[in-house]
Design a protein. Structure first.
Length: 327
């Protein structure tokens, strides 16, 4: 799965001047053409309201101006979006924030789309190994003790074994000295979930798997089998197992039948609960939903049922709409 297929919350393109508008518009069309949810704005002095809403932000402006801008909003490597800069002429694509958390791959993907040159400066990419942050993203877990990352990178770039416990196999695209399980030579261990064995005297990086809530909206004509197919398709797209799903949520009771068939808990959400959701990153309603006086269903249902942030913006699968929030 390419990085563009994993930008489930989408990309925001921000251009600073009219001289960058053509490049911004070109990239907007190219990303939309690949199916990536994409928005575009001219910078108006406030990027803060968008900062937490997208997987990646592309700044079409001078690098020095982008650095000053990003410094206003950067929080931490585990919270910030991938930020990439493109010069007004569309010649160079440069990751400047969250390089190992997606920005490097986003820059390379955009460069390929535009026929530009990606400027990558991190050592893991130079060595041809998968970054530890990218591994965590593929495993759908959060690194909780990021202060250990420099030690683990030193080992990884020296080709020392990085042992992983809590999973049975590595994603096929992973490169580097990662190994499954613990052996006598393990000095560096990544634990996915809680470790079930004593690991005294060994450096440990903890990666905690997160849970999700699936929000579902559907047309009145949609059948139960369509809902089942849409949920399965969504989980396959994310690469997440059903064991990570805390609930399927909807305002339609019959979605509960689909959840039951899949062995998943169901949460019936009221329209009042949807209206009470105050989440600045939810996708704006379509013209049709506005005419009906509805702000949305799938995303808001996932959030109303306990989701803390969107993982996957709403997607339409036949007559069913699905969104996913993480907990």
């Amino acid at each position: 799965m390419s990085i563009l297929e994993r930008l489930w919350r989408g990309v925001l393109i921000v251009y600073a001047s009219d001289s960058g508008a053509d490049t911004a518009n070109r990239l907007f069309r190219l990303l939309r053409g690949t199916g990536v949810p994409t928005a575009m704005i001219k910078y108006d002095g406030d990027l803060g309201r968008y900062w937490d809403c997208f997987d990646a932000i592309v700044l079409v402006m001078a690098l020095s101006g982008a650095v000053r801008l990003v410094c206003k909003y950067a929080k931490s490597k585990v919270a910030d979006p991938a930020v990439v800069v493109i010069d007004d002429g569309g010649r160079y694509v440069i990751p400047i924030l969250s390089a190992h958390w997606g920005a490097n791959e986003v820059a390379e993907a955009i460069a390929r789309l535009m026929g530009a040159e990606a400027v990558i400066t991190t050592a893991a990419e130079y060595m041809g190994v998968t970054s530890i942050e990218e591994l965590a993203r593929l495993l759908h877990c959060d690194i909780v003790n990021t202060e250990e990352l420099p030690n683990f990178y030193s080992a990884l770039l020296s080709n020392k074994p990085i042992c992983i416990i809590g999973i049975n196999e590595l994603p096929r695209e992973v490169r580097g000295s990662y190994v499954i399980g613990v052996n006598a030579g393990c000095e560096y261990i990544i634990t996915v979930g809680e470790p079930h064995q004593s690991l005294e005297g060994i450096r440990m990086l903890r990666c905690v798997p997160y849970k999700v809530i699936i929000g579902v909206g559907l047309m009145n004509e949609a059948g139960i089998n369509e809902v089942i197919k849409a949920i399965r398709t969504t989980l396959n797209r994310l690469g997440i197992g059903a064991d990570r799903v805390l609930a399927v949520a909807s305002i339609k009771p019959r979605v509960g039948e689909a959840a039951k068939a899949l062995g998943l808990p169901f949460r019936l959400v009221s329209t009042d609960e949807l209206e009470r959701v105050n989440h600045g990153c939810a996708t704006p309603p379509s013209d049709e939903l506005r005419r009906l006086g509805v702000r949305g269903v799938a995303e808001l249902a996932a959030l109303a049922a306990g989701g803390t942030s969107l993982l996957l913006r709403k997607i339409v699968i036949g007559r069913v709409t699905v969104a996913v929030a993480r907990v």
